[in-house]
Write a protein that binds this ligand. Structure first.
Ligand code: UDX
Length: 434
């Protein structure tokens, strides 16, 4: 089967490459010629473990190709996956202009039956919008179907999440569209992946509901951590005790500076907006968003408290700038937010991140020192902050760090280290919820 995937970002590039690895003939399309040229040179525009090898393998076996020619790609594909961005507008609603543009081009190039599948997270009702645009825009009278097939990929483990999903969700109205999508995902039958086949709006909402719930779990545990600090309890024991209840589960109960990334912040805002536009206030998720914003301020207060009253002129070393480990993505990263708030208070920042420094240069509001490793960050700093839990930060030579710091202050926003051990080494050690 021939398919095309429109958009070669975190979702589109992984989706196209993994489908190619299933044996499907895939052409990935992007209007960014520079990105396509890069992909055709064998370079990967995003940091995703394992992706480079998978792209090279499938390009080598002629199942995967890259082009800017959207019209031609549409003509020769039976299924068309839309994986373009749906960035948040100022008012929090999702900007659908890229989706509308692509739907128009599909209409112009419809030359036979096709399934048009939304892969990006899209507001409820986008399927119908695409249907109208193609209905109105097509010159012929070709039959086509629209379907929703939301992605549940986590950055840093996106290939694993595609190859071994907990479930595949398909929203479609016609049996032909469902049959085509089931055929595309047939390699997953071997591992008996649950398939949910439902209406288009329902499929769109499953994605928002899942992300909003996961984000709520994170804001919940962050509030519990703040309460633990007030009453002298240990959030890790609380999370452990909660997580052993099968109805709760242990995942997504790690406290920290709040969630970031390109999904949770966008999707929580979008779902609360969709609710309000339909006359309903989604109070829980509105609170989730508020708690997440406030958590960053609470982290800054924590740092200020350790540094005495003012941060002006103080040198703070920051380890980790990405929104989570194993990615170069700094979108809505709490670490970047915290760095900018520290800069506003007059602090001098030195920072190191294994993959996110290039992207961070544009995101910090004033110059910071980008270092070559963790020890350079600690050198002559008044305090060290662990903001993102990259594995390589888990076994630092703490004696060396202590000698390089001006004062032995460690603020561990991801609870990587053990408080007793750090106290024994003579650190003034602050963490979250312990
Ligand atoms: C998320 C969803 O997990 C994925 O299913 C969806 O398709 C896209 O959005 P992603 O944003 O890539 O994936 O990363 P994820 O691992 O979910 O972490 C999101 C944020 O939550 C990160 O900032 C992370 O640091 C934070 N987080 C996660 C916590 O603070 N605590 C946790 O326990 C888990």
């Amino acid at each position: 089967m021939n398919i095309c995937v429109i958009g070669t970002g975190y979702v589109g590039l992984v989706t196209g490459t993994c489908f190619a690895d299933f044996g499907v003939n895939v052409v990935c399309v992007d209007k960014d010629a520079e990105k396509i040229a890069m992909l055709n040179r064998g370079d990967i525009p995003i940091y995703e473990p394992g992706l480079k090898e998978l792209v090279h393998k499938n390009v080598g076996q002629k199942r995967l190709s890259f082009t800017t020619d959207l019209g031609e790609s549409i003509k020769k594909s039976l299924a068309i996956f839309i994986a373009v961005g749906t960035p948040p507008r100022d008012d929090g609603s999702a900007d659908l202009s890229y989706i509308e543009e692509v739907a128009g081009t599909i209409a112009e190039n419809l030359n036979g039956y096709k399934v048009v599948v939304t892969k990006s997270t899209v507001p409820v009702g986008t399927g119908s919008l695409i249907e109208k645009i193609i209905e109105k825009g097509q010159t012929g009278s070709h039959k086509f179907d629209v379907a929703s097939n939301p992605e549940f990929l986590r950055e840093g483990s996106a290939i694993e999440d595609f190859m071994r999903p907990n479930r595949v969700v398909v929203g479609a109205r016609s049996s032909q569209a469902i049959a085509i999508l089931k055929d595309l995902y047939s390699p997953l039958y071997l591992i008996e992946t649950p398939f949910i086949v439902t209406g288009i709006e329902t499929a769109e909402l499953i994605k928002y509901a899942s992300n909003a719930f996961l984000a709520t779990k994170i804001s919940f545990i962050n509030e519990m951590a703040n309460i633990c600090e007030k009453v002298g309890a240990d959030i890790h024991q609380v999370a452990k005790g909660m997580g052993l209840d099968k109805r709760i589960g242990p995942k997504f109960l790690h406290p920290g500076p709040g969630y970031g990334g390109s999904c949770f912040p966008k999707d929580t805002m979008a779902i609360t907006k969709i609710a309000r536009e339909n006359g309903y206030t989604f109070k829980i998720v509105e609170a989730t968003v508020e708690v997440n914003e406030r958590q960053r301020d609470i982290m800054v207060e924590k740092i200020k408290k350790v540094m005495g009253s003012s941060l002006r002129g103080k040198k703070i070393g920051v380890l980790g700038l990405t929104f989570k480990p194993n990615t170069d993505d700094i979108r809505e990263s709490p670490a970047i937010d915290i760095v900018n708030k520290l800069l506003e208070e007059g602090a001098l920042i030195s920072a190191y991140d294994p993959a996110g420094m290039a992207n961070s240069r544009k995101a910090v509001n004033s110059p910071i020192a980008f270092c070559n490793d963790e020890y350079e960050v600690a050198d002559q700093s008044d305090a060290l902050v662990i903001a993102t839990e990259w594995n390589q930060f888990r076994k630092l030579d703490m004696a060396r760090i202590k000698n390089m710091l001006k004062t032995a202050k460690l603020i561990d926003l991801r609870n990587v280290y053990d408080p007793a051990g750090m106290k024994e080494m003579g650190f003034e050690y602050i963490s979250v919820g312990r």
